[in-house]
Structures are given as C-alpha cells and as structure tokens.
Design a protein around this ligand. Structure first.
Ligand SMILES: N[C@@H](CCC(=O)N[C@@H](CS)C(=O)NCC(=O)O)C(=O)O
Length: 242
C-alpha cells in the first residue's frame, strides 16, 4: 500500500512534501483536506491527527505529522538521491540549519504577509491596518535579505551545487506571499535566479502544479466567502488583529 499524504496545496509545508514525493518518484495516495472549509477540525480528520494541521503522512498504521519529519521519513524509507539530504556531515548540517531557522523566520513572516494581504481581507472585507501591514512587510524584507546573505550567498543552491530539502522548504514559503500578487523577486536578481534553478531542478510542470492553487486566489476567495466563516477562522482573525 502506498503512503497516504493528507494535503491542501494552499499550505506551504504540504507543497514541499508533495513536490518532494513527486520529484523523487515516491508513490503516494493524495488525500485532500480542504483547510478553508475547516475540514481539519472535523471528526474524520481527528482520527488522523489531533494536531489538526496538514501535512500528515500515513504509512500503514504509522501516522506522522510535521513536514520536515515527513520529508526525512521519505528520504530514509525510499533512499532518495543523496543531494536531497546529503550524507556528508557538513552539507547535512547546512540543510538542518536552514530547516531549523525557517520556522520562525521565512515561514512566520511569509505566512503573515499571505494572511494580511490575502486571507484576512477576503474574510473580513477590510484591508489590514496600514501600520500592521508595513511592519509585516518590513519583517519579510529583512528575512529575505538574510536568506540571500546568509543561506544563499553566491551559491546556486543553499548547500552549494545541488538542490536539497532546504531549497524546497524555502521556495514554497517564499512563494506564499507571491500568491497575493506581491512579487518578492522583483529587484532581487539572485533570488530570482535561484527560484528559476529550483523550478528547473524539480521540473517546471511539477512546480506549477504544486503552486496552481496559491496562484489562483480567486478560488480561495470563493470558498471563504461562499460559506459562513468557520469558527477557527473567526478566532484566527481576532488573534491577528490583537
Ligand atoms: N510545522 C508544521 C506546520 C503545519 C501547519 O501549520 N499547517 C497549516 C497549513 S500551512 C494548517 O494545517 N493549518 C490549519 C489550521 O491551523 O487550522 C509542518 O511543518 O508541517
């Protein structure tokens, strides 16, 4: 029985898991979870994960949450090509370094801008107050600068000459605000060139397939506005405005 991956491709960590599984030819069954409808809070999903977040992987009766743990599980179970998570001590440490850093940096700031420019105005019908937006954009810009200066430097990829899990986890987060029409690559030629290399390395068709929903925000808007706001979104909206 193939792995089951519970995913919603609006989610950055779901996209990294999806792209990796496909790029590495790992057979899996795609189990769709519609976050915008609150499916993660339903009884069915609770049987899979009480964390109520995607991605989740099921391999037989073994269930695993957390995208980076899922990525590494796939690396180890399927013996994927070395460059994804190199055996070399220091290269692997570079991947680990990025994966540890990104949670509270690229992920946090890219997601915030996505919520501020995308989801929140869709559900409230109002723009986010300017000072909050400016502060979120400033954080994102600082993070992108740090990404280029510390992690990318003048290398083709984060660990050097070849693509690794770090690039994959980075690109899906960096694409999130792009889905709101904010071209974070404009004026950043090195970042754009890296994005193009990553895209080519995983395959442009696969990259575009994974990012299709995030690049079509009209569909998300339709789901969000065509239903009563799910409870979890009401809470999220309140929290984000505090
Ligand atoms: N650290 C987790 C993050 C998972 C996560 O935050 N998933 C979000 C989507 S990007 C989610 O499922 N949110 C649903 C919710 O909070 O209601 C990972 O890397 O897998």
């Amino acid at each position: 029985m193939p792995l089951e991956l519970f995913l919603d491709l609006h989610s950055q960590p779901c996209r990294s898991v999806f792209i990796f599984a496909k790029a590495a030819n790992i057979p899996f069954e795609y189990k769709a979870v519609v976050l915008a409808s609150g499916e993660q809070y339903g009884d069915e999903f609770a049987k899979i994960s009480i964390v109520r977040k995607v991605p989740v992987m099921r391999d037989g009766d073994f269930i695993l949450t957390e995208s980076t743990a899922i990525l590494m599980y796939m690396v180890r179970k399927f013996g994927t090509p070395d460059h994804w998570y190199p055996a070399d001590l220091q290269k692997r440490a570079r991947v680990d370094e990025y994966l540890a850093w990104q949670h509270s940096n690229m992920r946090a700031h890219g997601s915030k801008v996505f919520w501020f420019r995308g989801v929140l105005p869709m559900v409230t019908g109002e723009p986010v107050p300017k000072e909050k937006m400016d502060s979120a954009l400033e954080d994102l810009n600082m993070t992108l600068k740090l990404f280029e200066e510390k992690f990318l430097q003048n290398n083709p990829y984060i660990i050097g000459e070849q693509i690794s899990l770090a690039d994959l986890v980075a690109i899906v987060e960096i694409m999130q605000p792009v889905g709101t029409g904010l071209d974070v690559f404009e004026g950043r030629p090195a970042l754009s060139a890296w994005r193009d290399r990553v895209k080519k390395a995983v395959g442009e068709a696969l990259f575009d397939e994974a990012h299709k929903v995030i690049m079509s925000p009209g569909d998300l808007k339709q789901t969000l506005t065509g239903q009563e706001m799910p409870e979890f979104l009401k809470i999220r909206v309140q929290k984000m405005f505090i």
